[in-house]
Ligand binder design. Structure first.
Ligand SMILES: C[S@@+](CC[C@H](N)C(=O)[O-])C[C@H]1O[C@@H](n2cnc3c(N)ncnc32)[C@H](O)[C@@H]1O
Length: 411
């Protein structure tokens, strides 16, 4: 990006060495500015601009490194710039609205429709504000081999530019109050979050614990994926997080957390969901995987997101189908869904045709929510003389009238 903007031939070692020698900026630093978009320091800009025979302003305009004073100057000169660029600017402004050809669906159910193709193209063909919830789990640019054989090893600026393209569409397709979740590595989500902050309202950075990761030399042990949670406009139209059972020791069943010592004030319908999710299992075993390669998310994760941010009958879109986890969970939870996948879609289709086992698994997952203890744990704790929700009979979950209020109550 940076080399390209300055007409520097980055494929030629000699050309790079010449720039480095003339400016005193090492080749490695020049490459980092280009690959990572690091802003050159004021001194580096001065030397680079002098070497290229540019003014500082021309250098900054060409490379996009717009300082705050320059942004102010551009804003103050808006009328003159408008006159100067007039027609050209008109084309840029209408770029994102380019209408797309209609794409035919590959598969549909009573609730959903699956398209095969590029998600940006397909999303462009959909009308504004047609979705209540969007969940996106894009490729992480880790050089993985996907069935579509897509390039998963892009330069950083190309990957981010591509992400901004589909994020623009997500923001457009969300209705007011709708929610967007983006699952990615923390490194990428720092950039995507900065971009999304300009379009949507930040709600949470959710850390999803990684169960089986490997240490990386010279780094902290990577232990979480990032799940960004944004809404369109100020307040979310839906926000119904499940309540979680209290953390207890799996063998001796004693409390693992103190919760301020207020046992009698613990909500019998469980503990408030936090922004750290420790309980999402990886889908690793070949027996459970719905397609051989690439990442597949747990239905437990999608169930939690869908429950939190949508109601039955509402519409969920996922631009990156993979094995179709979002569509399977949406279907089981009676949400409408819009799916798309650039690679083969046969595995998604066969999955959608038989959701019986997954439905049973989903029921088992949901049995564990919205109660302070699982029934078997409550009984075993009682037998061991440990407190349970019914030890404090003024807050019993059996009292249905109280239930609604308890859902909103403390902890
Ligand atoms: C990380 S996987 C998604 C996994 C999915 N969440 C699941 O649980 O199975 C990303 C998927 O996005 C697909 N993909 C990549 N680029 C795409 C594009 N431009 N349009 C549609 N799908 C794309 C890849 O082929 C891959 O299957």
């Amino acid at each position: 990006m940076f080399f390209h903007a300055l007409n520097i031939d980055s494929s030629s070692r000699k050309a790079l060495q010449h720039v480095a020698k003339s400016t005193g900026i090492p080749v490695a630093r020049l490459k980092a500015i280009d690959a990572h978009g690091f802003e050159p320091t004021a001194a580096e800009i001065e030397r680079l601009a002098a070497f290229l025979g540019l003014t500082e302003i021309a250098f900054r305009l060409r490379t996009g490194f717009l300082s705050r004073p320059l942004r102010k100057l551009l804003a103050a000169s808006a009328d003159e710039i408008d006159k100067l660029l007039g027609a050209k600017l008109g084309n840029v402004a209408s770029f994102n609205q380019t209408p797309s050809k209609t794409v035919a669906p590959s598969f549909s159910t009573d609730f959903g429709v699956l398209y095969q193709g590029d998600c940006v193209e397909i999303m462009r063909s959909l009308p504004d504000q047609c979705c209540d919830l969007i969940f996106a789990d894009p490729p992480f640019n880790l050089d993985k081999l996907y069935p579509s054989e897509m390039d998963d090893d892009l330069r950083q600026d190309h990957y981010l530019e591509w992400c901004e393209g589909w994020l623009d569409q997500c923001a457009r397709l969300l209705r007011d109050g709708g929610s967007l979740f983006v699952y990615n590595l923390p490194k990428w989500n720092t950039f995507l979050s900065a971009y999304l902050n300009k379009h949507l309202t930040f709600r949470h950075w959710i850390a999803v614990d990684i169960k089986f990761s490997l240490p990386i030399s010279g780094r902290l042990y990577p232990s979480h994926y990032s799940l960004l949670y944004y809404t369109k406009g100020g307040r979310p139209a839906n926000f119904q997080p499940d309540r979680m059972p209290m953390e207890i020791c799996p063998s001796c069943l004693v409390d693992l957390k103190d919760y301020g010592g207020y046992k009698d004030k613990m909500n019998p319908l469980g503990v408030n969901l936090t922004d750290v999710w420790y309980d999402i299992p990886p889908v690793r075993h070949a027996k459970y995987k719905k397609r051989k390669s690439a990442n597949e998310l747990s239905i437990k994760l999608l169930d939690r997101v869908i429950e939190l941010a949508s109601k039955e009958g509402e519409t969920i879109l996922d631009p990156f189908g993979g094995s179709g986890t979002t569509y399977a969970v949406a279907e089981m939870k009676k949400r409408k869904w819009i799916g798309m996948e650039i690679g083969p879609v046969e595995d998604i289709i066969s999955r959608m045709k038989d959701l019986k086992d997954e439905n049973q698994y989903l029921e088992r997952i949901r049995d564990g929510y919205n109660k302070l203890f699982l029934p078997e744990h409550a009984a075993a704790r009682k037998a061991r003389g440990l407190w349970t929700a019914s030890s404090f009979n003024n807050r019993s979950p059996e009292n249905l009238e109280e239930k609604q209020q308890l859902l909103l109550g403390p902890y």
